[in-house]
Design a protein around this ligand. Sequence first.
Ligand code: ADP
Ligand code: MG
Length: 226
Amino acid sequence: MIRVQQLVKDYHLGDSRVRALDDVTFEIPTGALAAITGQSGSGKTTLLNVLGGLDTADAGRYWLNGRDVSHFNPIEWSRERNRTIGFVFQSFNLLPALTALGNVELPLVYRRVPPRERRRVAEEALAAVGLPHRGHHRPSQLSGGQQQRTAIARALVGNPPLLLADEPTGNLDAETGSEILGLLEHLHRQGRTIVIVTHSTEVASRAELVLSMRDGRLLAPGGGAA
Ligand code: ADP
Ligand code: MG
């Protein structure tokens, strides 16, 4: 599903350079549950954003579902994300002025799905994440766990085969976080490929594949440089 080779990404701040991705090579097979772990600043978010086309690497190659997407432009990426990728963020990123249903419907608005169909699909998605009766609440009226479920429903409405989650339990208490992980595992068992950035050893222990990062580099299992 995902294959990257020798990815490099630098950030420049004034005269200083930070190498956020340093010669990163790996594969994630279709249907896998993969965890990306590492200390804060090790490059996890940068890597996930590159995988989702929200950011681009300076060098290296990337194949998504067998297609070379290394040189996709922003328009090609937005089309690709629309069809194949759902994103989940630590801070939920819900629009405060919209209800839960409104937030979940938003990707369908961009896809020009007619209103009635949109509502039906969004209601189904909220039910699928365990929130069938909260559709008319705004994010501020929902608990953190409910907000993250809403965000996951939004990521799912287009039925993407790939879900990318950046510390999805980072703003939640342990018990709620564990429930959200259970939901992501459930979505994985339904056949989706899921990549989770996490500090949690619990997630890492449940993942089939662990990509451990340090200073922009991928460590081999056991801690040596890959
Ligand atoms: P993580 O998600 O593991 O905490 P990040 O991918 O966010 O790590 O960051 C990796 C490195 O790149 C860090 O040193 C961070 O400070 C730097 N970095 C990330 N984003 C930017 C940016 N927009 N501008 C400058 N430096 C950045
Ligand atoms: Mg991060």
